[in-house]
Design a protein around this ligand. Structure first.
Ligand code: SF4
Length: 158
């Protein structure tokens, strides 16, 4: 699994304040993508144990209660999926009540067996590629209106 960056305080991706992790590498190449620097599978850096420790130890840094958001790039592509599932599993072992939001260009109904593993650990999946001709800036947590917000854990609050 490769990552582009980790941001401690993000209010644009998820509900409330989240710590966000951008994975590196995306096979979708959506026209109008707002994050093309995350496409290259050779760029960014390898996700290491220190990164996991950083997330675990700093998720509530400065007494700010945060959830975790994982974006891309493509978190669920074959190059990243195992590392992302492992991160989500380990995060939830320690913080079962914190939410995990994941964005993917894949469609929920088309996820393969490896990709489906992530549904055991996350709370919200935002699925679908960004489609420029369906772009809608008024949408919450989405860029285009083909994308769906899926409440995986069936919590009332997203
Ligand atoms: S899936 Fe996301 S990161 Fe990948 S090209 Fe589309 S908008 Fe960009």
């Amino acid at each position: 699994m490769r990552i582009s960056k980790i941001k401690d305080n993000d209010i644009a991706n998820g509900q409330g304040i989240v710590m966000s992790l951008w994975t590196q590498g995306c096979p979708h190449h959506c026209k109008g993508c707002f994050n093309p620097e995350t496409w290259d599978f050779n760029s960014g850096r390898e996700f290491k144990q220190e990164d996991l420790n950083y997330i675990i130890e700093n998720i509530d840094k400065n007494n700010i209660k945060r959830n975790l958001s994982i974006l891309g790039g493509e978190p669920l592509c074959s190059q990243n999926i195992d590392g992302v599932v492992d991160l989500c599993r380990r995060f939830k072992e320690i913080y079962p009540n914190k939410k995990i939001y994941v964005w993917t260009g894949y469609i929920l109904e088309n996820l393969n067996e490896a990709q489906n593993q992530i549904l055991k650990y996350i709370d919200v999946l935002v699925d679908g590629k960004f489609e420029e001709d369906r772009k809608d800036l008024s949408l919450v947590m989405r860029g285009s209106n083909n994308q769906k917000i899926i409440n995986v854990s069936n919590n009332n609050q997203l």
